[in-house]
Design a binder for this molecule. Structure first.
Ligand code: ZN
Length: 123
């Protein structure tokens, strides 16, 4: 028996399908990268809340160790998650150049691939 595996007449459509699929994977990867970035941004925005929390705890003469530890752990976790994201374009770390994490960057620090691709800039 011969399995109908060959590309045959659908060779071109298979290639188009693969291209579309890789485009989808790329878009999905970019979305995940953007999500991890916005998580850390939310952390930045909650910094005043954290400081207020510490101040209130100190006012009430309570321990702040656990509060601080939990906050730091959240930061560390999000930063680590961000640092290990790879660019779908060049495969290198999206936000990390040498050892410095650049959480504010909206594009890959290596190849310049943007998080949001505008439709008119598509290659
Ligand atoms: Zn890149």
């Amino acid at each position: 028996m011969t399995a109908p595996r060959g590309p045959g007449k659908s060779g071109e459509s298979l290639r188009a399908k693969a291209a579309r699929k890789s485009g989808l994977a790329r878009a999905r990867a970019l979305k995940q990268i953007e999500r991890s970035r916005s998580r850390l941004m939310v952390c930045f925005l909650t910094l005043p809340v954290y400081m207020l929390g510490v101040w209130l705890l100190l006012e009430g003469r309570r321990e702040i160790d656990i509060f601080m530890l939990v906050y730091m752990a959240i930061w560390f976790g999000f930063a680590l998650d961000m640092a290990r994201r790879n660019c779908p374009g060049c495969g290198r770390q999206f936000f990390v150049r040498s050892i410095v994490l650049n959480p504010f960057s909206r594009k890959c620090v290596h190849c310049g691939l943007r998080l949001r691709e505008t439709p008119d800039s598509a290659e």
